[in-house]
Design a protein around this ligand. Structure first.
Ligand code: FES
Length: 114
């Protein structure tokens, strides 16, 4: 698993907190401001939040838009989204085991339809 790091340096909000907020339904910088108090103005927020928000699966480099398109095309389970996009099918580079870190976010996207 990649090391956690501070993204919002103004309010000390880290990557894992941002991903957890996304799993809880956050999809925009404003959502993150409301849920976990990112400032939206520091260098980390300006440069990294757009990338984090637009990516679902870092292992397979699958975007939010690609996962959403698969869901809208009928993929209604995490496994079907994986078949359509490869999201959730990556291997952890450190352990060699299946990763699946992004699966809760994929499930939340299926649940919310966004
Ligand atoms: S982040 Fe998606 S499988 Fe690792």
């Amino acid at each position: 698993m990649a090391a956690n790091r501070i993204i919002c340096t103004t309010n000390d909000v880290d990557y894992i907190a941002i991903r957890r907020a996304m799993i809880g339904g956050a999809r925009t910088v404003n959502d993150l401001k409301e849920k976990i108090c990112v400032c939206g103005e520091c260098e980390g927020c300006k440069t990294e939040l757009p990338i984090i928000l637009s990516t679902v699966c870092g292992c397979e480099k699958v975007s939010y838009d690609a996962v959403l398109a698969a869901i809208k095309a009928g993929a209604d389970t995490v496994e079907k989204v994986g078949e359509a996009t490869k999201a959730g099918t990556g291997i952890d580079k450190e352990t060699g085991e299946p990763c699946g870190r992004c699966k809760p976010l994929i499930q939340n996207m299926i649940d919310l339809g966004r």
